[in-house]
Design a protein around this ligand. Structure first.
Ligand SMILES: *Cc1c(COP(=O)(O)O)cnc(C)c1O
Length: 363
């Protein structure tokens, strides 16, 4: 079976070597030496100044909203994974959706100002599929209206924009190290920020609010990464250039062999060094998508409808029409993309799609 993604497993001896260190240290969590080493290696690898490793990629979003949201309105994208919106509602804030750009699929910065009210406290936007938002314009709007900017950069490991890590943009950026993501620690994630003062606050929040053994900065939660998670990260990180290069080969194959008069691919924003994290294709209609999905499934190929449904249609938010996001969500599907996908398998995928789209007209 060919699935949309497959977790990268480092050679087991490399993982065992990291586990041995944990046994030697007799230390499993509370920011042990493997977590500290992973944070350090990630800082160097990514070119970021502050990072806190966490237990998943959702808690950093919640912690950022705890700090910046103040129970207010959060301007956000309807086109992301559900965690983005769920975190807003979970933190007792109100999501205010702004439709997406039809090509980049990120929040449409031109529509943000119209959605700002006196209750707006922050913007939470997703660099969806690792494709950066228009960070310059968003930063300008946020400065003018005194809003905080949080980027859900869950898909962005290794992405640079204008020659620096995408994690350096916004007040804070978050990333997921889930097993399905490009770089992973099984479950895991991180938060990034440039300000040292902010780092301290985020740090307290992720460790029960402690700012001393018997002192508390405020309400906190437990989002600490464990040594077992860090061990996986330390075993995967040395392979990251290989992982990205192998994924690039798959993307290059799709780009060379799919017929783009019948379907559309993602437009990557200029000045971006992308990470080949997902391969979304957009069909002319949902009917066509379902037809092609069925034919792929018949050949044991399991793509995924990332991201569907549009988040403004979730049962726990106030629905407001987002025509572009809703239309894209119905017509987009991610093709298999992972290390180890063979040329034969890729040929099968593009052949099934080519046969299925034959009768459809160009978009
Ligand atoms: C994966 C993902 C998350 C959540 O990350 P976890 O590590 O699974 O908690 C959040 N936002 C987006 C856009 C994601 O794709």
């Amino acid at each position: 079976m060919i699935t949309v993604t497959k977790t990268f497993f480092p050679p087991i001896v490399e993982y065992q070597k990291q586990l041995q260190r944990i046994w030697d240290n007799q230390w499993l969590t509370n920011r042990g030496s493997l977590v500290l080493e992973l944070e350090n290696n990630l800082k160097n690898h990514l070119g970021v100044s502050n990072i806190i490793a966490m237990t998943n990629g959702t808690l950093p979003i919640q912690i950022a909203l705890k700090l910046f949201g103040n129970g207010g309105e959060i301007i956000t994208t309807p086109f992301s994974y559900v965690a983005t919106t769920a975190a807003i509602v979970w933190e007792n804030c109100t999501p205010v959706f702004v439709d997406i750009h039809p090509d980049y699929l990120t929040i449409d910065e031109a529509k943000i100002e119209a959605a700002i009210t006196p209750k707006t406290t922050a913007i939470l936007a997703t660099h969806v599929y690792g494709n950066p938002c228009n960070v310059e314009v968003i930063e300008k709007i946020a400065a003018e209206h005194n809003l905080k900017v949080i980027y859900d950069a869950a898909h962005c490991f290794g992405v640079t924009y204008d020659n620096q890590s995408i994690f350096n943009y916004g007040d804070v950026s978050t990333c997921s190290f889930h097993a399905t993501k490009l770089f992973h620690t099984g479950e895991g994630g991180a938060i990034f920020c440039k300000s040292q003062q902010l780092y301290d606050k985020l740090f307290y929040h992720h460790n029960f609010g402690h700012n001393g053994p018997l002192a508390f900065f405020g309400v906190g939660i437990n989002a600490k990464m464990s040594e077992l998670q860090a061990a996986m990260g330390l075993a995967v990180l040395p392979h990251i250039d290989f992982i990205i290069a192998e994924r690039k080969k798959v993307v290059d194959f799709y780009n060379a062999h799919l017929d783009f008069t019948k379907l559309r691919k993602l437009t990557i924003r200029e000045k971006t060094q992308w990470n080949y994290s997902y391969y979304p294709v957009i069909f002319e209609s949902e009917e066509k998508l379902l037809e092609i999905q069925q034919k792929l499934n018949d050949s044991n190929i399991i793509p995924r409808r990332y991201f569907n449904p549009a988040l403004n249609t979730l049962p726990y938010v106030n629905y407001k029409a987002m025509p572009i996001a809703e239309s894209i969500a119905k017509r987009v599907m991610c093709l298999p993309l992972y290390v180890g996908l063979s040329e034969n398998e890729l040929e099968l995928i593009v052949t099934v799609i080519a046969n299925a789209v034959k009768q459809s007209s160009p978009r």
